[in-house]
Design a protein around this ligand. Structure first.
Ligand SMILES: C[S@@+](CC[C@H](N)C(=O)[O-])C[C@H]1O[C@@H](n2cnc3c(N)ncnc32)[C@H](O)[C@@H]1O
Length: 367
């Protein structure tokens, strides 16, 4: 007989797991869960084999070969960033006894709703997309992992107006919730496992019909008149640039020589984190006005490129609105996946010329 039960634990074993554990002849789980099972020794057969969950494929192979009732102990809701996906791939038959996710528990401890929160995972993955989501959106839960914990998040978000709530060892006697600044989180020591809530000053407003990421904008390449501007990348050129830059949640976009910030703002409306680089203080004020108008958060770097680019985190996409060959060379050196230079790209130039011929404008036009 082969029956696998996946038991979710948020710190403690759920009460309904006792019967399943008592009959198990194989118990697989992280060391902390196995020691929990052993300290509740009365409920488990002493002869049951224990397997520490390290290499997931090895554990799955062992489960597939096991003849008898088996238990997998997993954290929180095993169907949420958990082992259920991998188990399904093996074809093993299993049942799930879920516990509340660590994310649900962390928000519950603060008395906050979380249907309007993004949940991102840096567990066993690159940290940058999670950090970019935290830069772009004001309510994000981060599932952490080795090398991608509260300290690393704090370091990456150090200069941003964010509060971090670090929720350690939820559901255990050592549970601790700490509200702190990115700078403090970067210096402090934290215990595993933990989940980090990254909160901005302005919280998402109102009830939603969809959880997680908000739906994208209803339109883009907004009319030039929709932006405060002195110089602007015309709507037709912006449309093509946006299509090629493909700004998305988890990306970081640089808009270098940002002018009015119309490209930067539109990239942010797609959910990307954006740095607008502009050396003219008056233009920087206009960028901030446009960002506020569309309720998006941008980092505005009031400085000259290419010198200031060295300090910035690596971009996924770059729009070069101004700055010339020196700026293009510096941007290319950072190896973004997508780069568009308004003055060099033949397609953008053709579009600009066609747009000017169709509707000549007296306004100064950003390339
Ligand atoms: C692979 S994910 C699994 C998420 C899990 N399925 C859930 O619903 O919470 C592992 C991450 O969950 C978080 N986590 C799991 N258990 C936790 C706990 N008791 N307290 C705080 N965070 C926890 C940590 O961020 C950990 O790195």
């Amino acid at each position: 007989m082969k029956t696998v039960t996946v038991i979710g634990c948020t710190g403690a074993l759920p009460p309904e797991s006792a019967g399943v554990l008592a009959g198990a002849t194989l118990v697989v789980g992280a060391a902390r869960y196995l020691s929990m099972v052993d300290s509740a020794a009365s409920s488990i057969d002493g002869r049951a084999e224990r397997l520490i969950l390290g290499d997931v494929s090895a554990a799955l192979a062992r489960l597939a070969a096991h003849d008898g009732p088996a238990v997998v102990l997993a954290s929180g809701d095993p169907g949420f960033f958990g082992i259920v996906r991998a188990l399904r791939r093996t074809g093993i038959d299993f049942a799930v006894l879920p516990a509340p996710s660590s994310v649900a528990t962390a928000f519950a401890r603060l008395g906050l709703p979380w249907d309007d929160a993004l949940v991102v995972s840096a567990h066993g993955r690159a940290l940058a997309p999670a950090v970019n989501a935290c830069r772009a959106y004001p309510k994000v839960a981060v599932l952490t992992g080795p090398g991608a914990g509260p300290a690393e998040l704090g370091t990456a978000l150090r200069d941003l107006p964010r509060r971090l709530v670090v929720a350690e060892r939820l559901g255990t006697p050592d549970e601790r919730l700490t509200e702190t600044t990115p700078a403090h989180a970067a210096e402090a020591r934290w215990t595993d496992p933990n989940v980090v809530l990254v909160l901005g000053n302005a919280q998402p407003d109102g009830a939603r019909w969809v959880a997680g990421a908000p739906p994208g904008p209803t339109g883009w390449a907004l009319p030039d008149a929709a932006f405060a501007h002195r110089m602007i990348t015309r709507a037709e050129v912006r449309a093509l640039a946006l299509a090629r830059l493909g700004p998305r949640l988890g990306d970081l976009v640089w808009d270098v020589g940002a002018g009015s910030g119309s490209v930067a703002v539109e990239c942010a409306r797609f959910g990307a984190a954006v740095v607008a680089v502009e050396r003219d203080p008056a233009a920087c004020a206009t960028i901030r006005t446009n960002a506020a108008r569309y309720r998006v958060e941008l980092a505005v770097v009031e400085d000259g490129a290419p010198q200031c680019l060295a300090e910035l985190p690596d971009p996924d996409a770059v729009f070069v609105g101004g700055g010339g060959v020196g700026v293009l060379t510096a941007c290319t050196a950072r190896q973004p996946a997508r780069i568009e230079d308004a003055s060099q790209s033949p397609a953008l130039r053709r579009t600009r010329l066609a747009a000017s011929a169709a509707a000549p404008s007296r306004e100064p036009c950003r390339r």
